[in-house]
Design a binder for this molecule. Structure first.
Ligand SMILES: *Cc1c(COP(=O)(O)O)cnc(C)c1O
Ligand SMILES: [Zn+2]
Length: 447
């Protein structure tokens, strides 16, 4: 073995910190840290060998390699002992060809990566397994950590709570009151988290949790903690693996705090450096117009970045005005010929519903990504022959109120173009038949 990784300043200060040290920012300049791997050690293994190793581990049960994250342990976090790993066998989510939907929007090769088909219903599980495993290792090595805390727009807290519960570690979640869905709120409650519902927004929660975590006995689980990025980067490796180690042309990802886009990019960079791939995809970040600081910065050529006050959006998990990982994200977008595009509330809601008509069950954030795809196809920035992967970030079942209100036409300012309401009828065969025939006639039978 002999693989190793450590924290390092993203600004290039040569400070290094061990991964089991409680540290989130560079001591010298205050910038975020990233996990850096000993690439020379990994290069001793050839690309083909890595691919075979990763292929062999999928759907097997040798602890912990059956997990989509830990199947790539050497690339993710080699420093954790297997016995300290806290895994629910996350990852290895389905990537499917949305053939009929793609054809309808003028794209032959549309694929959806279902990161929400996961234990807590979002991609956040991929990062949380790494972070909580590291905490378990630190505790095992005698570090005095009483709890792990995060601020959340809903999904981070659900993932943190579930992994902490599995590990027997106390979790504390800071949620903006009234701004997360009931299913998202009920997850940490069910998993015995200390749930703090605060009279502020996500950015306000983030400020408070950072102050609380200055007390080093409480470990900070937000994505400024780059251990999570290491787990999330397996999404790009998985996508390439699922295409038999070929790289798609474009990847579209909804972005809020902007950790996930950096993770995605890092996965591709690592595959490139280790010779597993020899081309890069374009990366598109999709933002809600009501929380769009990265889009505004993109329009100015990334010359400046100004936080905004995020307005309420249906895409609640990306209602973030002051994203902690913007520098990392911009670096990635500059490397990957990135595009940032935005979607209005009307666009995201209708895009989600349109996809649902083809058998998907989209969360509003996936709706943002789909709406952005429609726009870029229309403008020609994405060509009809390109192979496009949309990252679906959460399970639609976490957002049933959004869907119900959409179909009932109760979302303010939104024209529900694809509304489909239940038909209330007496138990009368003739009346029922009439409704069925009407529907079949309207839709033209099988379609
Ligand atoms: C967290 C989250 C995002 C945004 O990811 P960032 O890393 O914050 O950019 C998008 N969609 C869902 C469902 C999420 O939970
Ligand atoms: Zn520094």
């Amino acid at each position: 073995m002999g693989y190793s990784a450590w924290f390092q300043c993203i600004k290039g200060c040569n400070e290094r910190y061990p991964l089991d040290e409680v540290v989130y920012q560079c001591d010298k300049c205050g910038a975020l840290l990233e996990v850096v791997h000993d690439m020379e050690a990994m290069k001793k293994t050839g690309a083909k060998e890595w691919m075979e190793t990763f292929d062999d581990r999928i759907h097997r049960n040798i602890w912990p390699y059956g997990s989509g994250v830990w199947g790539k342990k050497e690339w993710v976090c080699p420093n954790i002992d297997n016995e300290n790993i806290v895994s629910l066998y996350e990852g290895n989510t389905n990537l499917f060809w949305a053939e009929r939907f793609g054809k309808d929007i003028g794209l032959e090769n549309l694929w959806i990566k279902m990161c929400g088909n996961s234990h807590s219903g979002s991609f956040k599980d991929l990062g949380m397994t790494v972070l909580v495993s590291m905490v378990k290792q630190m505790i095992a090595n005698g570090k005095n950590i009483h709890a792990v805390a995060c601020a959340s727009t809903g999904d981070t807290s659900a993932a943190l709570a579930t992994y902490c519960a599995a590990a027997g570690i106390q979790s504390i979640v800071f949620l903006p009151r009234g701004k997360v869905s009931i299913p998202q709120l009920i997850q940490p409650i069910a998993n015995n988290s200390l749930v703090l519902s605060l009279e502020t927004d996500f950015d306000g929660c983030m400020e408070i949790v950072q102050k609380i975590c200055k007390d080093h006995n409480i470990y900070l689980a937000n994505s400024m903690n780059s251990l999570r990025i290491e787990g999330q980067k397996t999404v790009s490796i998985e996508i390439v693996q699922q295409f038999d180690w070929e790289v798609p042309d474009v990847i579209i990802i909804p972005g809020g705090n902007l950790g996930n886009v950096s993770a995605l990019g890092n996965g591709f960079l690592m595959m490139m450096e280790l010779g597993v791939i020899n081309k890069m995809p374009r990366i598109v970040v999709a933002q809600a117009e009501r929380a769009n600081p990265l889009y505004l910065s993109y329009r100015k050529g990334f010359m400046e970045f100004k936080p905004v006050v995020a307005k309420q959006t249906l895409a609640s998990a990306i209602q973030i005005g002051n994203p902690v990982s913007y520098e990392k994200a911009i670096k990635i977008l500059e490397t990957f010929h990135g595009i940032v595009e935005q979607a209005t509330e009307d666009e995201l809601a209708n895009a989600a519903a349109r996809g649902d008509k083809y058998g998907m069950f989209n969360c509003p954030h996936t709706g943002v990504a789909l709406a952005v795809l429609f726009k870029l196809l229309k403008s020609g920035e994405i060509g009809s022959k390109e192979k496009v992967v949309v990252i679906s970030t959460a399970h639609g079942l976490k957002f049933t109120d959004f869907k119900k209100d959409y179909h009932e036409g109760r979302l303010e300012g939104i024209q529900s173009q694809y509304a489909n309401l239940p038909v209330h009828l007496p138990a009368d065969i003739e009346k029922i038949k009439r409704v069925i025939y009407e529907r079949i006639e309207k839709e033209g039978g099988t379609h």
